[in-house]
Ligand binder design. Structure first.
Ligand SMILES: Nc1ncnc2c1ncn2[C@@H]1O[C@H](COP(=O)(O)OP(=O)(O)OP(=O)(O)O)[C@@H](O)[C@H]1O
Length: 232
């Protein structure tokens, strides 16, 4: 387990074509080894930059493989051991949340955190001795305060947020899909992705315009001394 319960990292993407065409200047610089990020006010060039420190600072040349290995790997590893974990991407439209979480196939170093987590989980399952696993996935979207099941029979139907005294907060009626392989996980991710509300913003022509939560639920049945750990 890592020492801290919550880690915060920052990632800066390269300029897009629109920003290049407008001759935009980068106001961010980073000292990645120290997790430091510097913001220069372009209207006050003489002033020292504002400085922020994170658990990780990833600049334009860094890729998702590095971010996964350094940040996500220990968290996903702990999930395969029976703990809960969440990876949460936050940022304005066009900042690269989908690029980091979902990623691209080419180059392979930029494959997203979600497909990397699939591979990681199924590799752990293959290596595990004396344990059986049940892996299920769900994918929901929050758009204009409404919750929709991206993998449900009716993806337009609004679902309700409920609270259970033992289970905690949950979405009533959200479908759970049993998956047996990385390929099945990828298919589910693609299906859900196609059902998301997309649109155009000035910053991003393929903006998702919504929040989404992809959950992998791993149940571990240890064979031998009776022990069952359920990871929602
Ligand atoms: N690290 C990166 N390297 C190269 N291209 C990137 C990087 N991050 C983002 N991009 C590109 O920038 C564009 C916007 O990224 P993305 O769609 O991931 O933003 P987003 O934060 O998910 O936006 P929205 O909230 O509008 O859905 C995409 O074309 C994506 O390919």
């Amino acid at each position: 387990m890592t020492s801290e319960a919550v880690k915060v990292i920052v990632r800066c993407r390269p300029m897009n074509e629109r920003e290049k065409a407008l001759s935009c200047k980068a106001v961010i610089s980073m000292e990645s080894a120290r997790g430091q990020c510097f913001l220069q006010n372009p209207a006050a060039a003489g002033e020292p930059p504002k400085q922020f420190t994170f658990d990780g600072a990833y600049y334009q040349e860094h890729n998702t493989e590095q971010i996964y290995n350094e940040i996500a790997y220990p968290l996903v590893e702990s999930v395969t051991e029976g703990y809960n974990g969440t990876i949460f991407a936050y940022g304005q439209t066009g900042s690269g949340k989908s690029f980091t979480m979902q990623g691209v196939v080419d180059p392979s170093t930029q494959k997203g955190i979600i497909p990397r987590a699939f591979e990681h989980i199924f590799e752990s399952i293959q290596c595990a001795e004396n344990a059986k696993f049940l892996v299920r996935a769900s994918y929901l979207e929050i758009y204009n305060e409404d919750i929709r099941d991206l993998l449900g029979a009716d993806t337009k139907q609004k679902l309700e947020l409920k609270e259970h005294p033992e289970k905690g907060v949950y979405v009533k009626g959200l479908s759970l899909h049993t998956v047996h392989s990385v390929v099945q996980c990828e298919q589910i991710m693609e299906t859900g992705w196609r059902n998301r509300a997309v649109g155009y913003t000035l910053m991003n022509k393929d903006s998702s315009r919504s929040h989404s939560v992809f959950t992998v639920n791993v149940e571990i049945y240890t064979v031998g001394p009776v022990e069952i750990r359920i990871v929602p």
